[in-house]
Design a protein around this ligand. Sequence first.
Ligand SMILES: O=C(O)CCC(=O)C(=O)O
Length: 367
Amino acid sequence: MGRRGGAATLLAVLALLATTASAARGGTFRNFTSEYDEKTVKYDTKFSNQILQETRFSISPGGAGERGTWIEPFSWKPRAFVIHNILTDEECDHLISLAEPSVKASTVVTDSAAHEEGVSKARTSFGTFLKRYHDEIVGRVEEKVAIMTGVPMANGESMQILRYERHQRYTKHEDFFDRAYLLEADGMQRMATILLYLSDVDSGGETNFPKGTISQEYRASNGGVEGVRQSNEECGGALQAAVKPKKGDALLFYDMDPQCVYEDRFSLHEGCPVLEGIKWSATIWMHQQHFRGQEYSSEPTPCEDTNDSCASWAKNGECKKNPAYMHSSCTLSCGLCRQCQHGDVLCERKNRFAARAKQGPGRRRAR
Ligand SMILES: O=C(O)CCC(=O)C(=O)O
């Protein structure tokens, strides 16, 4: 390297050091405020580690863990990955059974400014939301999603379950919000979307990226151009970059660039019409920051009675007869929470959600 080259390199290194130092002081990233405190991070990590111990991932089918969970890069435009066998059949069936009684015509945010919900013309499926950490299985699935995305579940919206019948579809759209709406949005921008396929579909129902490009590796290991070509007459014929739903698989894609600054326009996607059978899927959107962070406060919610007589009142049926008082003052005796062992995050999380349920439902946001 000549003198000039050496000087240029030195300047580049100095510039990099200056940028890093300014980032460390919070200068460069001043627009990005992290809501994490140390406790929350520990809390999230600890629980994820519990799930991680049971869930082995591999980047090839041969090296997969017990359940055969492995990750296959599908596209780099947008960044999209198929995660094979992430859910067990039991988990899929459980999510469907929870959603089935309440699925109704899907809603989307039709007027971002007013946050009004309206029945979607773009989406003709049926859908419902499951409360975050609705039960142990929902929590387990959510934690797997946190691991897969590398984003704590506190940044995730509640899971939306969709049911598509024959000819039902979800037309082309992007999942990130308009910047104007971002100012009011909880958790800032949606950075990643995960679609969990809860059923096989006899024909159709592919998730297609009309601007996407299937990665070379994916083509090579899936029978080349012919092998990956999907077609759906009701979705315009030959599909650009489509994933076929398979029960237990997930499709993870990023809605923003790796720096989380720009929206990724390649992430435009659609749920093609189902041609035969029924398609069930679950969607979780992960945000840049905590989404409705108050639901995930890092302090355990105490589970205790406020009156010494609670236990005997509960025995006499007062929890049912006088719920207004008993459900706020005798939560332990009425069985609305449990006293958790120190560090039993699963138990603590349940208590937190029980306490929230007591306060009544919050406003739900649909897409
Ligand atoms: O069901 C699909 O394949 C697409 C669903 C979707 O686009 C969404 O939920 O945002």
